[in-house]
Design a protein around this ligand. Structure first.
Ligand code: UD1
Ligand code: UDP
Length: 385
């Protein structure tokens, strides 16, 4: 069987890397990888770390290009790859323009699509924008719907889509587990990481920030930056912020925050260093999908800078809270975690609502029509990394 994996951004690459590895280990599967290059630097960081050499690279990134330009480029360039590879299955991930474009191209060619991370929903078409729309289009077209959790599978059942629904757990937990094990088993690596972040004052608590949602550009980004400025006045706190390369993020963040000595603006980190950072800090403030899934496994409290999230499992478990992009709400949320130890402890409970580290194996088993046990949340109690 020939399986073509298509991805193009940082989070897709992190979450598809364990799947590609599992595909490669199957003698009956020929695994082919096509990256769109929707991201360049941030994608290449992940490819290097997971040792993936793509068979095709569509190199579509342009500085701040429009979604329509991006979509048109991917659809037209991927057509030739599909014609040449003639895959039995194309695997796409999540909700990016890369995943949506590849799915539309496959649908037009009547090629079977496997959607990794299917069924996440806010049921608000503009939050996250354009991802909620992308994800729904892919799910309509997919033959195999790899839902990470029971809730995402329930969404798909309610929508009465045509694809087969398989509950796998989220592959991000596979990637995280492999990375945590790598750091834990190599004292030299850990030493290097300690040295890399030696600028963090060990006597202060640390807030890790990431943010890049398109619906937050403009006023939302300003609200976030003002909150960070206010929080940076505390002398018991340091803020570390790897700034996403999107110019709509870079400009306001660098303009407003670069002169503050309590705020460390750093480059996007390679996955290993970012996992180390998540583990090292006290609180995470983010609008990222992947970070919301990873942090509970590491026992780190997360405040999500969105009004709604398509990942409600950790909120229901009481370890993640939404704070939107309003300055006061963010400041109050972080302050309460910093100043109320009991409240902090109630959030800092390690658990794995999103996966158990075997999602990729389940996906590959399903493609090969092999029998396997679906992922069951908290089946054997709460186990964390
Ligand atoms: C994309 C995805 C979003 C995902 C996010 C992860 C879409 C519509 N959005 O958003 O779902 O959560 O990636 O990060 O698919 N850039 C660089 N170098 C890089 C990466 C980005 O310079 O390595 C700059 C470029 O100017 C690029 C811009 O950032 O045009 C935006 O990138 P793009 O992929 O269009 O959207 P994101 O906002 O990153
Ligand atoms: N991440 C990383 N380096 C960073 C910031 C994030 O490797 O500097 C990882 C993070 O651990 C998670 C993924 O990137 O696995 C999330 O990517 P992003 O926030 O860009 O996208 P989203 O998850 O919101 O789609």
């Amino acid at each position: 069987m020939k399986v073509l994996s298509v991805f193009g951004t940082r989070p897709e690459a992190i979450k598809m890397a364990p799947v590609v590895k599992a595909l490669t280990m199957q003698p009956n599967i020929q695994s082919v990888v096509c990256v769109t290059g929707q991201h360049r630097t941030m994608l290449d960081q992940v490819l290097a770390f997971f040792d993936i050499v793509p068979d095709y690279d569509l190199a579509v990134m342009g500085t701040n290009q429009t979604l329509n330009e991006l979509l048109a480029k991917i659809i037209s360039k991927i057509d030739a790859v599909l014609a040449e590879v003639q895959p039995d299955y194309v695997l796409v991930h999540g909700d990016t323009t890369t995943a949506m474009a590849a799915s539309v191209a496959c649908f037009h060619k009547q090629i079977a699509i496997g959607h990794v991370e299917a069924g996440l929903r806010t049921y608000d078409l503009v939050r996250p924008w354009p991802e909620e729309f992308n994800r729904r289009i892919i799910d309509v077209a997919a033959t195999k719907l790899f839902a990470p959790t029971q809730r995402s599978a329930d969404n798909l059942r309610t929508e009465r889509l045509g694809g087969e629904i398989i509950i796998t757990g989220n592959t991000v937990i596979d990637a995280l587990k492999q990375t945590v094990e790598r750091i834990g088993s190599d004292p030299l690596l850990e030493e290097n990481l300690n040295a890399k972040f030696a600028f963090l004052n060990p006597t202060k608590r640390v807030l890790l920030v990431t943010g890049h949602r398109r619906e937050s550009f403009g006023d939302g980004m300003l609200g976030i930056c003002r909150a960070l400025l206010e929080l940076s006045r505390r002398n018991d706190l340091e803020i570390v912020y790897p700034v996403h390369l999107n110019p709509n993020v870079q400009e306001p963040v660098r303009d407003l925050l670069s002169k503050n000595s309590n705020i460390h603006l750093i480059e996007p980190q390679e996955y290993l260093a970012f996992v180390y950072l998540m583990n090292r800090v006290d609180i995470i403030l983010t609008d990222s999908g992947g970070v919301q899934e990873e942090a509970p496994s590491l026992g780190k409290p997360v405040l999500v800078m969105r009004n709604v999230t398509e990942r409600p499992e950790a909120i229901a478990a009481g370890v993640v809270r939404t704070v939107g992009t309003d300055t006061t709400t963010i400041v109050n949320g972080v302050t309460r975690l910093l100043d109320n130890p009991e409240y902090y402890a109630s959030f800092a409970r390690a658990m794995n609502p999103y996966g158990d580290g075997y999602a990729s194996q389940r996906i590959v088993a399903s493609l090969m029509n092999n029998v396997f046990e679906p992922f069951v949340e908290h089946k054997s109690g709460i186990t964390a990394i």
